[in-house]
Design a protein around this ligand. Structure first.
Ligand code: GLC
Length: 627
């Protein structure tokens, strides 16, 4: 890593290549960008020329931005807190499973609006590797939409229609790796040295063994090890995930350059938020875990500066499934002078909410909340219950400083319960990626409905109890502070995918059980509260509506954990006029309301003071009445 000062480029000269608005932004951000890139690539003899070339390309990308997106840039620069409001709600789906194709997704816009959604994350929709492709996360071309989902013009149409409906599209920028049939990998296999430098290639087995010593496996069982032998290259390519996903070498400035430009092209097609897939893995240094290295943050800071210059309407979202202590820097925590991502999944909160539900004890939630740092201005969590990946338990494990989170045995119990392995369990999840070290704790898969017992409920009472558990978890995601995210199908209480195809695919990778196609029969019933699907949809919808009316639930209102007498009860204050209580147990509980004030329940409109009764798995929202 280069630390020397180097000569500063003539930013004012380079700014001359930009149109006026972008030039002004370049003058503001150019120095930040240059410093970050100099740290990464300053040792390269051609650095100065390379930076100039990059600036030219940035100027072009900024100029090519369509007029309506330039207008969006202006609007967002004037109101940069647009994503922090209490009405912001995200939804995540696979394009094919949700709408059949990108244009099919456009036909679902009224449904999304009915639910209250204004941010839509479509899982990878760019051309993916033929055959196995990790659900699209093995990208073969950053320039082309997956042909089975439509053409590039369909993406333009979809983003335009979404924008008209006030919905921002989130796309994955799978920047840690490309598919082994991406043109860079094909050229590398064919002997092109400059393309081989796009990857990490180790030429002897001893180096592979050495590197493996300090690495963990992300998909043990399904894809053991971190390297794949490629006979044509006579070497081992670094493949953190599946063997067909080749990790990119960010120590090579050309890789950074290509990815930055690919991002801007997609931004110019109307993508408003980039989910930076597997961000912690971007930088490698043998002898380390190769996760969260300082250079990762420098790469992200450089991408952020580029977005600020060329497409300031755009947000960056970190996919960093790491313990909460390591998450802060992705949102710029602790680095006042540096900005990275605007938003990030809070996966520890998600895992802790499941652990609390199973244990009927909120210790994990309290610990995670205490470890959650206050965020800098204009940054927010993404709060969620389930997604297309597993619930990764190690994010809750003890940190290096020994601040006890949850012990492996306790987490093992939680996982076993959610996987339906204990007699008393209502849940029907599946363990993810077995096969690592014996007894190693990995993750749990399953749709929310399958994990809270909606799928196994027999009779109205059990169904109602399971629904309460689901609303409790989604309620927490809506209360904690951030952008709540609904995973497609959850709003209809859809269970695991038990089709033959899903079962076959889930033998190796059980994440496939939580990726069912939209159940259109359930969808047809979503407005009928007497139906199973409609009961979920209408109750979730009513909480979403209530949230929209509560400015205290904006992402930037401070959150405080409230003390409660019972371990199963979690209390959260937002600002000084709003409190929420969550009963994580199957027994009725009491919570003591703060102070002597009177509080009004936002659903029942009842006024209360002192002890607040909570039904099993109930969440209550209250606001303080004027004295
Ligand atoms: C991210 C994705 C996951 C994928 C992995 C490799 O973690 O969410 O689905 O398998 O990256 O791309």
């Amino acid at each position: 890593m280069h630390t020397g000062s180097g000569s500063a480029p003539k930013l004012s000269e380079l700014a001359g290549h930009f149109e006026p608005a972008a030039a002004a932004r370049f003058l503001q951000q150019g120095d930040t960008l240059h410093r970050a890139l100099q740290q990464l690539y300053g040792d390269d003899a051609n650095f100065a020329g390379w930076f100039e070339h990059l600036a030219h390309e940035l100027a072009q990308a900024a100029a090519q931005r369509p007029a309506n997106l330039k207008e969006l840039d202006t609007a967002r620069c004037a109101g940069p807190d647009w994503f922090l409001g209490q009405s912001v709600l995200a939804y995540c789906a696979y394009a094919d499973r949700f709408g059949g194709s990108l244009l099919g997704v456009a036909t679902r816009i009224p449904y999304l609006q009915e639910l209250g959604v204004n941010v839509l994350h479509l899982l990878p929709f760019l051309r993916a590797r033929a055959g196995d492709n990790d659900g699209g996360f093995a990208v073969s071309s950053f320039e082309e939409v997956q042909p089975s989902l439509g053409a590039n013009e369909d993406l333009d149409r979809l983003t335009a229609e979404l924008r008209r409906a006030g919905i921002s599209l989130v796309a994955d920028l799978v920047l840690n790796h490309v598919a082994d049939d991406h043109e860079w990998a094909i050229a590398a296999r064919a002997g092109d040295r400059s393309r081989q430098d796009f990857f990490h290639v180790l030429h002897d087995e001893t180096s592979v063994h050495q590197a493996e010593q300090s690495l963990e496996e992300v998909f043990p069982g399904a894809a053991p090890g971190n390297f794949t032998y490629v006979p044509q290259m006579g070497g081992w390519v670094w493949t953190t995930f599946y063997p067909y996903q080749w990790d990119l070498n960010y120590a090579n400035p050309q890789v950074f350059f290509q990815i930055a430009i690919a991002m801007l092209r997609l931004a110019n097609r109307g993508v408003e938020i980039f989910r930076l897939d597997s961000a912690p893995f971007l930088w490698k240094r043998t002898g380390t875990t190769c996760r969260n290295l300082p250079e990762v943050h420098t790469v992200l800071a450089a991408l952020r500066a580029i977005v600020e210059i060329c497409a300031p309407a755009v947000l960056l979202m970190a996919e960093a499934i790491v313990p909460v202590q390591e998450l802060g820097p992705y949102l710029g925590v602790g680095m006042p002078a540096r900005r990275e991502c605007h938003i990030a999944y809070h996966s520890s909160l998600m895992a802790a909410s499941w652990a609390s539900l199973v244990r009927e004890d909120c210790t994990a939630l309290r610990q995670v909340s205490a470890q959650t740092p206050p965020l800098p201005a204009l940054a927010a969590w993404v709060t969620y219950v389930r997604c297309h990946d597993d619930i990764v338990w190690p994010v809750l494990q003890t940190d290096e400083a020994g601040a006890a989170a949850w012990l492996p045995d306790e987490l093992r119990h939680v996982a076993a319960f959610l996987q339906g392995e204990s007699a008393s369990s209502y849940a029907r999840g599946r363990a993810s990626f077995g096969g690592g070290e014996p007894g190693a704790l990995h993750g749990t898969n399953g749709m929310t409905a399958a994990l809270v017992g909606l799928a196994t409920a027999s009779g109205a009472d059990e169904y109602a109890a399971a629904l309460q558990r689901m609303l409790l978890l989604y309620g927490l995601a809506m209360t904690f502070g951030g952008i709540p995210l609904i995973y497609m199908g959850d709003e209809l209480g859809q269970g695991n995918d038990d089709s033959e195809q899903a079962l076959r695919m889930s033998r190796l990778d059980s994440r496939w059980i939580q990726r069912p196609p939209m159940d259109t029969a359930r969808l047809a019933q979503h407005r009928d509260p007497a139906s199973a699907a409609g009961a979920v949809f209408t109750s979730l919808r009513s909480w979403i509506g209530l949230r929209q009316s509560q400015p205290a639930l904006r992402a930037d209102v401070p959150a405080t954990v409230l003390s409660t007498a019972h371990a199963a009860v979690f209390g959260l204050g937002r600002g000084d006029r709003f409190v929420a209580y969550f009963n994580f147990s199957g027994q009725a509980q009491l919570a003591r309301l703060p102070g002597r004030a009177r509080w009004r329940d936002l659903r029942s409109q009842q006024s209360c003071t002192g002890l607040l009764p909570l039904d099993p798995w109930q969440m209550r929202w209250l606001t303080r009445e004027p004295a």
